[in-house]
Write a protein that binds this ligand. Sequence first.
Ligand code: HEC
Length: 260
Amino acid sequence: MHRGKGMKFVGDSRVVAPEYRKKQNIPKDYSEYPGKTEAFWPNFLLKEWMVGAVFLMGYLCLTIAHPAPLERMADPTDAGYIPLPDWYFLFMYQLLKYPYAAGDYTVLGTVVMPGLAFGALMLAPWLDRGPERRPTKRPIASGLMLLAVIATIYLTWESVDQHDWEAAAQQGAIIEHEIDQDAQGYEIYAAQSCIGCHGNQMEGGSAGYALVETGLSVEEIKEIVINGRGAMPGGMFDGTEEELEILAQYIANDGNDSEQ
Ligand code: HEC
């Protein structure tokens, strides 16, 4: 196979090569320019693959060094949870906080504005066909790009600034708590229906809250068990008053019979 036979590379797709202006669609054979051309297979592809492999290794190292931050199991009953998109979407998230892009105008903020921005980006090669490459000589394109970059940075900054990071860390925190499963309190907990909704480890889940680090007092817990609260029905406990006391103590002590 001849080197680069039938292959051609054009640096800027918007610039029409001189010979194309006359004879369109007849590709010129660049093989007579040594050093300006190379075979697609294997030379060019091999280089591409090697660069790709370097980046892949880089990303692998990065994911090992910085594991994805995980939160506790999603809880659909938790209406207080404020979800937050990843950092690269924070600017769009922030946009939706402004009255002209939210509420009655949600379509503006979710469809029209992003649609215009990304549509313009996609149409840019057709709209801006000038051969000039220096940013200073392309004031409209450069200006719009600068505006977009500034707006994105500003919105991202604002959303980071306005977010309550302390509450966010709390609401998603994974509660790793050793509970004493040999305790009398756990026996009662398991014998009653509690375990079905609040889990083996009192870790909570889709049907009930975690029962460790509730911050509730013994009296408050008894109250909730007897009368129920929210999605938790009351009147499920059918033990003695003494057992209820032990169970409430056990929960108040985060899964231990006595204060530790
Ligand atoms: C049908 C499922 C279900 C059962 C069974 C159940 N719970 Fe609950 N529990 C819930 C739900 C749901 C909540 C959250 C209530 C709310 O939305 O305020 C809750 C909340 C609680 C809370 C308050 C937690 C907090 O952080 O505010 C306590 C304490 C509690 N349950 C104890 C018990 C005990 C003890 C039992 C066993 C006698 C029990 N639950 C049985 C579903 C259940």
